[in-house]
Design a protein around this ligand. Structure first.
Ligand SMILES: NC(=O)c1ccc[n+]([C@@H]2O[C@H](COP(=O)([O-])OP(=O)(O)OC[C@H]3O[C@@H](n4cnc5c(N)ncnc54)[C@H](OP(=O)(O)O)[C@@H]3O)[C@@H](O)[C@H]2O)c1
Length: 207
């Protein structure tokens, strides 16, 4: 699969390396693609670097791992018709003031990108876990929640979660992304699948 990665830092760099190793074609994007030469070399065959526009045009599926303020400025036009996995979290000290319009981060992004098929995933997991797995270390089998409204896009995201050596836990529709945004009860947890499912069920029972 052709995967475009918008934001090739801690999260995007590690996931791209894991997916390249599994045989996917990766276009790592940067505002300055030349600086990604070491990452491209590390990822190996099937990896390249490009601008954000080039990676978007290249991709069958896109991972965005940008500061949330940059995510909220992505071009709705360029992303129309694309499947987008969103890993960003909103940290006001880093991102500044972003108007969410009273919505969750996930729903505010969906409103910004009405013609994009959005899946929320990877945002609740530490980048250090992904980096360790990309380096052939770490602990495989930890749970990652995903939420989305499109079954096909969720299925792709679930497969990419598995390819990165995590276990996908379907948290339901996109609006349930709020359960695992930063500060929410399911955020930043190193759970196995059983624990994650039990915690999700307990949260839903209270909702
Ligand atoms: N680190 C974690 O443990 C973790 C865990 C879960 C989720 N997250 C979230 O995932 C996102 C990425 O985190 P990260 O730790 O991977 O960050 P990071 O290492 O700083 O990588 C983000 C990349 O975004 C690009 N970028 C920065 N500002 C930009 C702008 N204004 N416009 C376009 N591109 C810009 C930069 O690439 P260039 O300079 O090459 O363009 C940078 O390498 C954040 O929203 C973060 O909150 C992080």
């Amino acid at each position: 699969m052709k995967i475009g990665i918008l934001g090739s830092g801690n999260i995007g760099g590690s996931l791209g390396r894991l997916w390249a190793k599994a045989g996917h074609e990766i276009c790592f994007a940067s505002r300055n693609p030349d600086k990604l030469a070491p990452l491209v070399a590390q990822a190996g065959a099937g990896a390249r670097a490009g601008t954000l526009d080039e990676a978007t045009a290249f991709a069958e599926v896109i991972l965005e791992a940008l500061p949330f303020s940059a995510t909220m400025k992505l071009s709705a036009e360029a992303l129309a018709g694309k499947a987008l996995i969103s890993a960003a979290n909103y940290y006001p000290p880093r991102d500044g003031e972003v108007d969410l319009g009273g919505l969750s981060q996930t729903e505010a992004l969906a409103r910004r990108l009405p013609r994009t098929t959005l899946v929320k995933a990877f945002n609740m997991m530490f980048a250090t876990e992904m980096e360790a797995l990309a380096n052939g270390q770490g602990t495989p089998g930890r749970a990652i929640f995903l939420a989305g409204d499109d079954a096909d896009a969720k299925s792709i995201a679930a497969r990419l979660i598995e390819t990165a050596h995590f276990v996908p836990i379907d948290a339901g529709p996109l609006r349930n992304g709020r359960y695992f945004e930063n500060g929410a009860p399911l955020y930043a947890k190193l759970w196995d699948a059983e624990t994650a499912k039990a915690e999700l069920a307990a949260l839903e029972a209270k909702a």
